[in-house]
Design a protein around this ligand. Structure first.
Ligand code: MN
Length: 200
């Protein structure tokens, strides 16, 4: 039962001008596809073949680096695409917005801290907004790790994950990771994030 690349929930140009079409085509069609293909290769004929993606990710520390990296890559990217929308933005009211204000002081303060986590991640990785022990927290992970993994420094239930690998922004933003992170706020599917938060 091999894993497959999920279709994007919108067109590749839907997030323009914040995330450009060519980046989306390559990021989804080539990078994410490669994680899926390499994950399938890594689990073929092993005890992991019939496990769910969540099960593999949660036990990342007990499985091979190939399964950890490509399983994480598949989970993280699937989660990322679902976090974005052409009708995007940060909600001004509601449960998640209120919780952000109470955890970080204000929405602006949250954006500053989240951006700092993404910019501060040396090399490749992800910035996360998670629920940990009933509270919102910001964290980051290296490579394709995520907060569900047993190996994560800060574990929790992800509400938002933003890819800060250069392949996520280099074509449009070159070395300016901060500019890319500032643009992502315009394309967040806040309803989706609200629903994740209310379930967490
Ligand atoms: Mn990526």
């Amino acid at each position: 039962m091999a894993f497959t690349l999920p279709a994007l929930p919108y067109a590749t140009d839907a997030l323009e001008p914040h995330i450009d079409k060519l980046t989306m085509e390559i990021h989804h069609g080539k990078h994410h596809q490669a994680y899926v293909d390499n994950l399938n290769k890594a689990i073929a004929g092993t005890e992991h073949e019939n496990k769910s993606l969540e099960e593999l990710v949660k036990n990342a520390g007990k499985i091979s680096p190939a399964v950890r990296n490509n399983g994480g890559g598949h989970w993280n990217h699937s989660f990322f695409w679902e976090s974005l929308s052409h009708n995007g933005g940060i909600g001004t009211s509601g449960g998640l917005t209120d919780a952000i204000k109470s955890a970080f002081g204000s929405v602006d303060e949250f954006k500053t801290k989240f951006a700092a986590a993404g910019i501060g991640r040396f090399g490749s990785g992800w910035a996360w907004l998670i629920v940990k022990d009933g509270k919102l927290e910001i964290s980051s992970t290296p490579n394709q790790d995520n907060p569900l993994m047993d190996v994560a420094e800060v574990k929790g239930t992800p509400v938002l994950g933003v890819d800060v690998w250069e392949h996520a922004y280099y074509l449009k933003y070159q070395n300016k990771r901060a500019d890319y992170l500032a643009a992502v706020w315009n394309v967040l599917d806040w309803k989706k994030l609200e629903s994740r938060f209310s379930k967490a």
